[in-house]
Design a protein around this ligand. Structure first.
Ligand SMILES: [Zn+2]
Length: 185
């Protein structure tokens, strides 16, 4: 087992498992696949079932250190990775990847990424502040469609939606105070 320091982590990588959208795979199933490929254990740091249940993978419990993953060839020394179950659609070939995330999986992905940003810092978008959220396919040397969608664009949209929601509240209050002032003016 080798470990990397928290400060070495520059990327939070999103993967799909390249299994059928209705196939109920677990971290144990993925581990079996990875053992067959010669890995010591599951290569990801977390795995999200169709149900949204998130299972741990490589060790992240040691303060200040993360067990090095086996998830992006050539980039495991500076990244951590999460994988969600799915990506393949019935009626299509196994060479076509899709965003087949269930709403529960998307919610769990957001929760897990938030927890990592809490630990490693930043907003997942600005590399000056902390690790950035990317997809496996965003690495130039990765010949894959994984995770079937643009993870960086998706994460920016998640953050933008939050920013809008938090802006909306004070604006609403300000309008209310303005109304009250006008009523009593
Ligand atoms: Zn991948």
């Amino acid at each position: 087992m080798s470990y990397i320091t928290d400060s070495a982590v520059k990327f939070i990588v999103v993967h799909y498992s390249a299994t059928w959208e209705d196939q109920k795979v677990t971290a144990a199933d993925i581990e079996r696949m990875h053992l067959a490929r010669g890995f010591a254990k599951i290569g990801y740091h977390a795995f999200v079932r169709l149900s949204g249940v998130t299972e741990p993978g490589r060790d992240m419990t040691r303060p200040g250190f993360v067990e090095q993953g086996a998830q992006v060839y050539g980039h495991n020394g500076h990244s951590i990775g999460i994988c969600w179950a799915g990506g393949l659609k019935r009626g299509h070939t196994i060479n076509e990847g899709f965003d087949t995330r269930t709403p529960a999986q998307t919610a769990s992905l957001i929760r897990w990424i938030d927890a990592q940003l809490e630990r490693f810092g930043g907003d997942g978008m600005d590399p000056a502040k902390g690790p950035v959220v990317v997809g496996h396919r965003d690495f130039a040397d990765a010949a894959t469609q994984c995770p079937g969608f643009d993870a960086a664009v998706w994460w920016s949209a998640v953050q933008e939606q939050r920013a809008r929601a938090s802006r909306a509240k004070p604006a609403g209050l300000a309008t209310l105070f303005q109304c009250i002032k006008e009523i009593f003016a």
